[in-house]
Write a protein that binds this ligand. Structure first.
Ligand SMILES: Cc1cc2nc3c(=O)[nH]c(=O)nc-3n(C[C@H](O)[C@H](O)[C@H](O)COP(=O)(O)OP(=O)(O)OC[C@H]3O[C@@H](n4cnc5c(N)ncnc54)[C@H](O)[C@@H]3O)c2cc1C
Length: 401
């Protein structure tokens, strides 16, 4: 698949951060993870910490899949607002999903702190504003639902307060204390490096072309003709995981992003909060750790790389114009723009766990705008599962839901 256009900002900024060998011999390991993006890296890190012997296999270079194109906002607010999610999956599952996302941001803060390398992690508030006066009611409903269930530390902002803190002209908004941003590509390499120090083996430029499930073991074949055998397989292939499933779970989208030239002064608005809106598709903004403003959105509901990339110049202008409307006083000059494939699910929740057809195989599919927070949840849940522990929340994200 073609996961993104050329020149996503993070890949341009860091290039090939670390080199990993390709696999040139047969291999056997306790657990094999297919996918060397942020999800595979997080799972490897958790499994190594739990004492497992792990091999990670990546067909591109590590982080060159969706991770390298990610705008990497860490939100607990799921694509489906809490009050709507309650109607879709029930009160307890919806509330627990939101709680788990908040825990996941805390967990990532701990992990990035312990890595002691620069991963661009920064804790910031999150502002969601109403795009139109007609969106006020739904936002009020969302505020009440989150208050009722104690989700996040919230403040309701009317338009004057919104303007005072952010300089934005909008009807109202929800300001939430919990949120973060990260450099997903740098974090992936940091996690892989730490996992390797704990004993993990990492191979890139190694494509798995066949998976055979035997009674006692799983055999993987690479395009180079090598065989990998393992007891347990983890599929962390991002949006390329669908081919390993019999049921369609992905809803394909194309998304677009631009990043500004760096500013001398990196104080843009209240606490440099991440900003997003109620419109669907929504526009979102964040600051990068090198004082740029990153804007994403203008999504389309299709997977067609040629059409997507052809639309990129116009989308970049549209994102720039949308920013200009919101912040007429900020001289945003586009430095990089890119487009990416992006998948959603019917309820906005990820798929984590197993399917009957593939024994001893575990999927970590953090689809949607919360992909990275979902990957943190998946890493922790799958490690518990592989350690023989039960996790009562796993059913929320199961394929049978
Ligand atoms: C433009 C854009 C903006 C985004 N913004 C956000 C955001 O703000 N916040 C957020 O949380 N999420 C965001 N996302 C989503 C987020 O980037 C993804 O959820 C996340 O990167 C998925 O990571 P992954 O490791 O699962 O997938 P990937 O990074 O795609 O990694 C999977 C890897 O598996 C490898 N692979 C696949 N098949 C095989 C095989 N057969 N053999 C070997 N290797 C294989 C691929 O090469 C790939 O590198 C965004 C995505 C895009 C594109």
């Amino acid at each position: 698949m073609d996961l993104h256009s050329n020149h996503p900002y993070w890949l341009m900024r860091h290039g090939i951060k670390y080199v990993y060998p390709s696999l040139r011999n047969d291999l056997r390991d306790e657990i094999v993870i297919i996918g060397g993006g942020i999800t595979g890296a997080l799972i490897a890190y958790h499994l190594c910490k739990a004492g497992f012997s792990v091999t990670i296999i990546e067909k591109r270079h590590a982080g060159f899949g969706s991770t390298g194109a990610s705008t990497a906002l860490l939100q607990y607010e799921i694509d489906t607002p809490l009050h709507e999610l309650i109607n879709k999956v029930g009160e307890s599952n919806a509330v627990r999903s939101y709680e788990l996302c908040i825990e996941s941001i805390r967990m990532l803060k701990k992990i990035t702190g312990s890595l002691r390398v620069d991963t661009g992690f920064s804790e910031i508030p999150s502002l969601q504003f109403a795009s139109f006066p007609s969106h006020r009611k739904a936002l009020e409903k969302e505020f009440s639902a989150r208050e009722k269930f104690g989700i996040g530390h919230l403040k309701w902002l009317e338009s004057t307060e919104l303007h005072r803190l952010f300089g934005i002209t909008a009807p109202c908004g929800i300001l939430s204390r919990e949120g973060a941003t990260v450099d997903a590509y740098a974090l992936t390499h940091a996690l892989l490096q730490r996992s390797i120090k704990m004993g993990a083996k990492m191979y890139d430029s190694t494509n798995i072309v066949e998976i055979q499930h035997g009674k006692k073991q799983i055999a993987l074949t690479t395009s180079g003709g090598n065989t990998i055998t393992t007891k347990h397989l983890v599929i962390a292939c991002g949006y390329e995981s669908q081919k390993y499933l019999t049921r369609q779970v992905e809803i394909p989208n194309s998304t677009y992003a631009i990043v500004s030239e760096p500013f001398e002064n990196g104080n843009f608005w209240y606490k440099n909060a991440m900003i997003w809106e109620t419109a669907d598709p929504y526009l979102y903004l964040r600051k990068t750790d090198d004082n740029r403003i990153l804007i994403g959105g203008k999504d389309d509901e299709f997977y067609n790389p040629a059409k997507r990339d052809a639309k990129l110049p116009k989308k970049a202008v549209a994102l720039h114009q949308a920013f200009g409307k919101l912040f007429p006083g900020i001289d945003f000059r586009t430095d990089f723009c890119w487009a990416g494939y992006f998948c959603k699910t019917k309820d906005g929740l990820p798929y984590i766990g197993s399917v009957k057809q593939r024994p001893n195989t575990y999927f970590a599919l953090g689809f949607g705008g919360n992909g990275i927070t979902f990957s943190v949840i998946a890493a922790s849940m799958l490690t518990q599962l592989l350690s023989g522990k039960k996790n009562k929340d796993l059913s929320i994200f199961s394929f049978e839901r």
